[in-house]
Design a protein around this ligand. Sequence first.
Ligand SMILES: Nc1nc2c(c(=O)[nH]1)N[C@H]1C(S)=C(S)[C@@H](COP(=O)(O)O)O[C@H]1N2
Ligand SMILES: [Mo]
Length: 247
Amino acid sequence: MKRKDIITRRKALAVSASALGALLLPGCSKTSPPTYGSLLRMGDALTYNAQRTLLPGQSLAKEYSFGEISSFPATGTINPADSSKEYYSEEYERLKSGLFANWRLSVEGSVTNAGQYSLQDLQRFASRTQITRHTCEEGWTAIGEWTGVPLSSVLEHAGILPGARFINFYSYDGWEDSIDMLDAFHPQTILAYGMNGKALSIPHGAPVRLRVEKQIGYKSMKYLQRIVVTDEFVDPGDTGWAWYVGI
Ligand SMILES: Nc1nc2c(c(=O)[nH]1)N[C@H]1C(S)=C(S)[C@@H](COP(=O)(O)O)O[C@H]1N2
Ligand SMILES: [Mo]
């Protein structure tokens, strides 16, 4: 699917996605994201994880058993190394041909230690495995097992500065999106490098994708390239999809 088609499709789906958000989240508007900044900024001695436990509404998404894992279609971009596609990335093609040995996830912005993480770097953190249901805005769901590093571990390693409020993600196929600190530090929000016991495949977002289990499927960005911690809300406005669609 071409990037242009994605945008058109996302525009077409905006109404249903916002309606879904409004339905499930009375009182939450997509244009004014929840502001927990002042809460998160209180008490320099507390870690963000400690502060998170003070915040309401951090329930876990349901986790399933091994036997409930289902078939799982790959949708949207399925191979950024395909030069016939509008989402083609020459850099991604190079990284793929080197089996992602040279892939680095850049973590930058409002952090004390900006850095570049290789796949091995990410795999040195304690991992988390979870079997969850993916919900696509197109109306299908699928259950899969994801293994990766909690995003909170990487953010704590990078050292988030007190003013930070949002995490922006950029991918090799040109997608960009953001989540707030509540979702970023949610224990089931992981940078996944494994799916169903194997290395994450190209169609599903190799080498590393985001899993945001508390939100609709399109927030789980594939083909991660860059993470920018910011104190500004960056709405990927051209897409037309709701910024927050909790499930
Ligand atoms: N970079 C990127 N991330 C993406 C997409 C995409 O096209 N590109 N599609 C999104 C949508 S709409 C869904 S439903 C899921 C699909 O993930 P899957 O291909 O592993 O099923 O990824 C999401 N993340
Ligand atoms: Mo989707």
